[in-house]
Design a protein around this ligand. Structure first.
Ligand code: SF4
Length: 225
């Protein structure tokens, strides 16, 4: 596998936000979202065997009562690498709770059922709208989460309508609406979390407002957190 980084941090998003977690960031992505905050994972990387990934994860997770039981496979786009399902199997077999964060463009049915899938649906202002594989809807389960990253009122309207049209609340554990975080280098603006919260409340949506916790804890430009 080609890996950009393996590190220990706090889970920043979703219903497990705040929990210690080991992240395995795979190299490469076939999309180019305009507000992507992990462009450094597009190229380069280091080759690892599955055994080497497991060793590194085990070393970071520790042992005994303090062992971190949660691992997230992320990217880039982790489903571009053919060994990803096998990596998930190995991590599950080692006793970890395994999450994967994916763009929604690849078919998630290749993954073990026990893997918790956090699946994006790209909104229009990402520049990658209409890339979601609708076949993914039927493979989602009650432990999975769907995430919309929202840059504008147009994105919000898209996310609200998509959530209703496909009855997402009945398919997954949680639907997440996350505002785009402003680029620290100023290349794109953010969406105010307060504005998004007010839209959600005005429409009475039963979605969860998602904030990227790690960007409030550390410098938003910092890698490896
Ligand atoms: S899918 Fe994810 S990694 Fe790929 S460009 Fe979009 S935000 Fe970046």
């Amino acid at each position: 596998m080609v890996i950009t980084e393996i590190f220990k941090s706090i889970q920043g998003e979703g219903t497990r936000a705040g929990l210690p977690c080991i992240f395995v960031r795979l190299t490469g992505c076939n999309l180019r979202c305009v507000w992507c905050d992990t462009e450094y994972a597009f190229h380069g990387g280091t080759k690892f065997t599955l055994d080497e990934v497991l060793q590194k994860v085990d070393a970071l997770a520790g042992s005994g009562d303090g062992r971190i039981p949660l691992v997230e496979i992320t990217g880039g786009e982790p489903l571009l690498q053919p060994e990803t399902p096998a990596l998930a199997e190995r991590l599950l077999a080692a006793g970890y709770t395994v999450m994967i964060e994916t763009s929604g463009e690849r078919f998630i049915g290749v993954l073990p059922r026990e893997v918790i899938k956090i699946v994006d649906v790209k909104c229009p202002d990402s520049g990658e709208g209409e890339t979601f594989d609708l076949a993914n809807l039927d493979t989602l389960g009650p432990n999975d989460e769907i995430k919309f990253v929202i840059a504008s009122r147009r994105d919000y309207d898209f996310a609200r309508d998509f959530t209703a049209r496909y009855a997402l609340a009945s398919r997954v554990r949680q639907v997440l609406f996350s505002p785009v975080f402003a680029d620290p280098a100023g290349r794109w603006p953010g969406l105010s979390a307060r504005e998004l919260a007010e839209w959600i409340l005005a429409d009475g949506l039963s979605v969860r407002l998602g904030l990227q916790l790690h960007k409030f804890i550390w410098d938003p430009a910092m890698k490896g957190v």
